[in-house]
Design a protein around this ligand. Structure first.
Ligand code: ADP
Ligand code: MG
Length: 374
């Protein structure tokens, strides 16, 4: 019998403002999908070949696009699927400490090359009491005050990582707590490469499923509130979006490294799952102006994207030049060192969006970091 994976999914229908539920079936043999309307008990989409669905994207909590509908995978549809796809998948919290936030690109490269994916990310600056709360298990230990002081001294980047054995893989990448010991025992580890001392040791990784649940909830609450604030400052800045195709190709680390090497400061960073309505609204200025508009919208809501606030005097102009011409083919001919020349595929999947008109820069940064993360 051929494999069939089943999921319970939700889709927000903007026209009726209703949350609709579908069963989604995926047939890996020929890459076809099928949808069943749960409320009306009837087939909604007959089994159809769909090349944009990939088995590695099928996990609970993820959002997948099926013919421009963004479906939220909320549960397995049967025990077979849960056993076959759900067994070793884990989530963990990875926290990049203030001393190495500029190394985020290198660290993402290591994460992606270990077959983990980043499902959530946010740059934030913790207050003293938030940091104390996060490290509550260490309260009373001799290093507690210094640790909390350091963790609230500058921006950190919190990420939720997902993959087979994510907790132990990320802790393995970090290496042992003391960087001096890590340099002897595991010279390739992140703490060996970038760590300074016991406190300034690059990162944190959850050490148990309970800790992972508590710590991801701390930064990315699923119910009330929206966790520690983002770091956007909305001055001398422009907006950059690493597009979903580039995220799913594992290019985020390389792109962030290129941006830093180009001399730009990343003053805010956050991942978003755009729905169609938001993507249309964000790109509204291109509606009717650019023939790619509908495809740009579809691309932007096809998976998680990463929004950046790029800080610097004249950033709107200099960063736009650094991104290069919108068409990567043209960029490769005329400006081969630009981001689109290096990482783009075509005019729609061109790796990054950047603000076109200087007067829109702050508005675009606000759209993500004030309105969507409101
Ligand atoms: P890990 O981060 O490897 O899980 P722990 O949970 O034991 O390590 O400790 C949390 C953090 O507290 C460490 O990352 C480190 O920065 C700090 N810390 C732990 N032990 C010491 C120590 N003996 N001296 C200084 N700092 C320490
Ligand atoms: Mg620990």
């Amino acid at each position: 019998m051929e494999d069939r994976f089943a999921f319970l999914t939700e889709w927000y229908d903007p026209t009726s403002a209703l949350l609709r539920r579908y069963q989604l079936f995926y047939y890996p043999r020929d890459g076809s999908v099928e949808m069943f309307d749960v409320k009306n008990q009837r087939i909604f989409l007959r089994r159809t070949k769909y090349n944009d669905m990939h088995q590695e994207d099928l996990f609970i909590g993820n959002r997948v696009n099926v013919f421009s509908r963004q479906l939220h995978l909320i549960d397995y549809g049967d025990q077979y699927t849960a056993n076959k796809l759900g067994s070793k998948k884990e989530r963990t919290l990875a926290l990049i400490k203030p001393d190495v936030v500029t190394k985020i690109g290198d660290i993402l490269e290591l994460i992606y090359s270990s077959n983990l994916i980043v499902t959530k990310a946010k740059m934030t600056k913790l207050t003293w009491s938030q940091a104390a709360d996060f490290y509550t298990e260490h309260q009373g230990k001799p290093f507690f005050n210094n640790l909390v002081q350091f963790m609230s001294s500058g921006p950190v980047v919190a990420m939720e990582l997902m993959g087979d054995e994510a907790m132990s893989i990320w802790r393995g990448l970090l290496g042992t707590s003391d960087p001096a010991v890590a340099r002897r025992e595991a010279p390739q580890s992140v703490r060996a490469q970038f760590g300074t001392d016991g406190i300034k040791n690059v990162g944190h990784g959850s050490d148990s499923p309970a800790a992972a649940a508590r710590e991801t909830e701390f930064f990315f609450p699923s119910t009330i509130g929206h966790g520690p604030s983002n770091t956007a400052a909305f001055t001398d800045c422009t907006c950059c979006i690493i597009k979903p195709h580039a995220i799913s190709e594992g290019l985020a680390g390389k792109i962030l490294n290129s941006i830093s090497a180009g001399g730009f400061e990343i003053s805010a960073l956050q991942m978003f799952n755009m729905d169609r309505v938001n993507a249309e609204e964000f790109y509204e200025v291109y509606n009717g102006i650019v023939t790619e508009y509908p495809n740009m919208v579809t691309e932007l809501c096809s998976g998680p994207c990463m929004a950046l606030e790029i800080h610097g005097t004249d950033a709107p102009k200099t960063f736009r030049e650094f991104c290069g011409p919108a068409d990567p083919e043209i960029a490769r001919h005329l400006r081969p060192t630009t981001l689109r020349a290096l990482y783009g595929k075509d005019k729609v999947k061109n790796a990054v969006h950047c603000t076109d008109l200087p007067e829109d820069s702050v508005l675009e940064v606000q759209y993500f970091f004030k309105i969507l993360d409101g």
